[in-house]
Design a protein around this ligand. Sequence first.
Ligand code: OAD
Length: 249
Amino acid sequence: MTEDDVTLVVSRLDTATSVTVITGAGLSAPSGVPTFRGTQGLWKNQRPEQLATPEAFAADPTKVWEWYNWRREQLAGCQPNKAHQVLSRWSRSSTPATVITQNVDGLHERADTARLLRFHGSIWELRCWHHCAAGETSWWDDTVPLVPCPPRCPHCNGIARPGVVWFGESIPQETLTRSLRAAHCDVFFTIGTSAVVHPAASLVHRAKQHGAFTVEINLEPTPASGDVDVSLQGSADQILLAIDEHRTT
Ligand code: OAD
C-alpha cells in the first residue's frame, strides 16, 4: 500500500455520492474471529458440506448445532475492531455507506452500523427447521450455549435451525435485490473476503461494470484483485483507519 494509493482512494471517496462496502471474514480477523479459508481457517479441519448445508443438518442436527454453539461461544468473547468502527462511522456520514456483510458474527451490528445488509444471515438468529407458519420469521437468541441442543422452535416445538445461509441455499430475495441495487454506486470496496463464494463475490464486478471506482483491501491477492482499480494489501483495520484519517467528508 502506498501513500499515493490512499490519496487516490480518499479523493474518490470525498467526491462520491454513493459508497458501498462488502465485508468478509478478514474484517473480523483482528477481533480474533477465525476466517474460513487459509492455513488457520475453519474449513482447514472441517468440511463445509458436513456442517454448513441443509443436508448436513438433516442428517445430524446435534452435530451441526454443537459446531454453531462453539462458534457462538467464541464470538461472545470478541469485540468489534477499528475496521468495524470506521465502517459504522461511514454508514452514518453525510454520504452514508451501505455495508453488505457476508459475516454472520454480529460485530457490525455491535459497532452500531446503519444500512447493513446481512448477506449470509446471522448466527444469533434462529428459525423453524420445519417451516411452521410463525417460525418462518427468524428470532434473536444470544444465549450461550443454547440449551437444549438442538434448540426448539417456540411456536411448534420442532427443531430450530441457525438463521444463516448455508451452501446450496439462496440469498433471501430482498437482501439480494437491495445488494444488487447498492452495487450501482460511485465507490465500491471489497474488504477481507477471499472473493470466491458467489453471488457475494460477483458484486464487485457488477459495481465495476456500472462504472464504480473499485477498491480491494486484503492481506493477500484474491481472484478480484486483477479487476479492481486499487488493491490495498494489509490488515483491514489499519488500512481503513489510514483512509478514514485523511477523509474530509
Ligand atoms: P474467507 O475465509 O474465505 O476469506 C477471508 C479473507 O480475509 C482472505 O482473503 C484473507 O486473506 C483475508 N484476511 C484475513 N485477515 C485479514 C485482515 N486482518 N485484513 C484484511 N484481510 C484479511 O472468508 P469469506 O471470504 O468471508 O459462507 O468467506 C465467504 C463465505 O465462505 C463466508 O461467508 C462463509 C464461508 O463459507 C457461509 O457461511 C455461507
